[in-house]
Design a binder for this molecule. Sequence first.
Ligand SMILES: N[C@@H](CCC(=O)N[C@@H](CS)C(=O)NCC(=O)O)C(=O)O
Length: 263
Amino acid sequence: MSSAILYTIGVSHFSEKIRWLLDHEQIPYTELPLTPAFHVRPMLKKGGRRKTTVPLLEIDGTAIQNSADIAAHLAQVRAPLKSVPPSQAEAIRSIERRFDEIGRPLAGYLYSSSFGFRKEILRIWTQFASPWQAFVLRLAFPLIRKSLSRKLRINPVDLPKSAQAVGDAIAWLESELADGRRYLVGNRLSYADIAAASILAPLACPAEHPIYGRADFQRTLASAAEPWRQSPALQWVREVYRQHRGPVWRSLAPHLLHRAEMR
Ligand SMILES: N[C@@H](CCC(=O)N[C@@H](CS)C(=O)NCC(=O)O)C(=O)O
């Protein structure tokens, strides 16, 4: 069985969800971190569903795009997953769906108040870029910002709805944790915890994550998270990371990057 390839964007929380699931299940893979904007072509081509999103997993000759579909596929082809016990699978999926719904509103909410931090955003976006990609990104920043604003619905009508959706998810999580439980489903870490914690990680800024844990990320991209920073929900996210998240970016393949993007 050849090693899987996980296509990601470093700052993507949906990518973190699948990276964490693969790490937790000890499924071998190589991560191929793409540079925003340069991810579009390979994702359209490999995914074949007119979608540009990461993550995308190539495994056993199949390419699967969309994090929930990747997780469902792994649950079939690498059964049994210890983080998805069959008797709890439906409860786990429903929590994943709840947090998937706020993935994009959350990104829009954070970018809406941080686009001014051009230098910091570019530093994060170009972490795995070749010099010419970084050059193009610097030039194209205003255009990318415009297209991202459209995709993430950063406008006066939708932004309050995004903030509300994020706040509702945090309130829901706190109501679940109010009885003192450590895990959302059952009494050990499941994919429900991984899904909730990774989608909220850009707000919680856990130290273990090499981007979200950085002081400049907290000060800039995550500055809008300040009102929730000490909430029990985000403290829970940090605790789950502290106890259960191993090294991030276990195996990177930057040398494949150019080839994959040109395909
Ligand atoms: N429903 C998708 C959402 C993934 C998603 O929104 N990914 C973002 C990064 S966190 C992305 O790829 N954005 C760039 C794009 O849409 O082209 C999933 O679960 O994989």
